[in-house]
Structure formats: C-alpha cells, structure tokens
Design a protein around this ligand. Structure first.
Ligand SMILES: [Zn+2]
Length: 292
C-alpha cells in the first residue's frame, strides 16, 4: 500500500503541470503556445467584456489560489478589478514581486503616455496606452518574457519552452511580415475609433486615428463631442469608424448615418468575435477590419 502511494506521489510530482492564471485570452494563447502540455492555463476574464472592468467574482479567488504563476497585461489595465482579488487570494507566490508573478508590459514600450498626471487625460490610461497586445509585433517580446518565466519556474523543461518560443516567434514574424505587405496600401488612412484600443495596431499599418467617440479614455460620449466628431469626419473625408464589441454601438451608428462612414467591428482580444478564435486569426482580422 505504502509503495503504491509513493509511486502515485512520485508520478504526480513528475507529471505535475504548472497552473498558470492569465488575465486575458491573448495571454492564455501565448502561454499555451510556449508551455504546451506542461501548463494548465486558466483565463480570468471573458474576451467579450471591457478589459478595464471585469467583475471580480469570488470564483476567481479560488483560481488565483491554485495558480503557480499569474501573468498580467499590466500598464494599469487590470487596476480596476485584479487588486482586490489578489488581496483575498493572499498567495505570496503570485503577488506583485513574487516568483510566480509576471507583468508583460515590461516587454514593450507604452505609447500615449500622459504629459502630466491629470484627470484631464481621462481616468483609465494613467501610465499610457495599455492595449499593446493588439499589435502583432509586440507579441514576440511578450512570448519571450513568458518563456523565460516558465523556464525559471520549471528549469528541467527549459529547452522545451525555448524551442516552442523559437517556433512561435518565427511563425508570428512571418505572419507580421505578410500582413504588413498585404495592407501596405492602408498607410496614410485616417479613422475614428470608440476608445483608444487600436492605437498600436494602427501604428503598425501606418493608419492615423483622428478622434475617439468617447471624449477621453473611460468617459462616455456627449452630444457636444459627437457633433465635433461628425464635423471632423466630414472635413477629413474619413470613411471608417472602428468599434469594439463591448461599448454601446448606437453613437457609432448615429455618426455613420450622419456622415456615410462605415462601422467596422474590430476584436480587442482573441475570442472577442467568432472569427478571431486563434492568435493568427485575431491579428489577421484586426488588420483586415482596420484597413478595409
Ligand atoms: Zn483602454
């Protein structure tokens, strides 16, 4: 009996997977690509919802307590929902600064940084724009950081993580180059977007966002600001409004009706729309809907 128990314990130790909790779906997809069968990934939010305001459900606390590693987007994207959950989970391992905590914003350079700390710049992007996951070029350094962290936590499998990273990064680099080539005529295009969600992707394709439907990040549209946007669209001959899946859509429709511009629904995360269920399809559809 004791022998059997020892064998079970030994086998469990050998084949135990790393439990990885991630805040958003795209981070889950990268972690699965790098970790393969060696990781169990739990995504804490739904890609259909506003990433700034996920409901901090109690069930998420149990998921955090089970985690060996917590991977977050950072750049204050989770500031409105994750801190109280982390506090309640009370796991020193995955708390900020713990061995099992990884903030991937360290892998990229944030854009749209406010010139001074002021509410005049809106409430929800105080450190700059946290939506860097929308640019395919950023996913490679993020994957590198994840592969390094998995190797640190599970050094005996580091060559697997490294090999998986190498094949992931070359696949993404090929896709990034082909999308850049496919949509090069998109350069110089001007668009309107609801929230500053797509700035990193717009930069990748040389597209300029002239205004947002919300007057400031996190502030609901006003009629005065909507009229300003309508005039801007008319003056600049803008033909495309980029709308995400989770904000109200009636303001974009109103503006489109007044100006003849077209509303394109663009996913902000893997799984936000049914056509974007893998990282590859996500980046393809983001580029297509920005450029067409
Ligand atoms: Zn935002």
């Amino acid at each position: 009996m004791r022998k059997i128990l020892l064998i079970i314990l030994f086998t469990t130790a050998i084949f135990a997977k790393l439990n990885v909790a991630v805040t958003y779906n795209y981070l889950g997809e990268v972690t699965k690509a790098i970790g393969g069968d060696l990781v169990d990934v739990t995504v804490l939010s739904s890609p259909k919802l506003d990433p700034h305001f996920i409901t901090p459900k109690p069930s998420l606390i149990a998921k955090l307590r089970r985690a060996d590693l917590l991977i977050i987007n950072g750049g204050q994207l989770e500031i409105g929902w994750l801190p109280p959950l982390l506090k309640r989970a009370n796991s020193s391992k995955i708390n900020t600064g713990g061995i099992g905590f990884l903030d991937v914003s360290g892998a990229v350079e944030l854009i749209d940084k406010p010139k001074s700390v002021s509410r005049a710049y809106g409430d929800i992007h105080p450190d700059g724009n946290p939506h860097f996951g929308l640019d395919i070029n950023n996913i490679i350094p993020i994957a590198k950081l994840i592969s390094m962290k998995l190797s640190q936590l599970d050094p005996k499998n580091s060559s697997t993580y490294n090999n998986n990273y190498n094949s992931f990064s070359s696949k993404m680099e090929t896709l990034a180059n082909s999308l850049k080539e496919k949509y090069k005529s998109c350069q110089g295009k001007k668009v309107i977007q609801y929230h500053e969600l797509f700035n990193y992707a717009l930069r990748a394709y040389g597209v300029e966002s002239l205004a947002t439907i919300e007057p400031l990040p996190g502030i609901s549209p006003s009629s005065k600001h909507t009229i300003k946007v309508i005039n801007l669209i008319r003056e600049n001959g803008i033909k495309t409004i980029l709308q995400d899946v989770y904000h109200e859509k009636k303001t974009a429709k109103f503006i489109a009706d007044k100006t003849g511009a077209k509303v394109n629904i663009v996913p902000h995360d893997v799984g936000a729309i049914s056509e974007a269920n893998s990282l590859e399809d996500f980046y393809k559809i983001v580029a297509k809907r920005i450029c067409q």
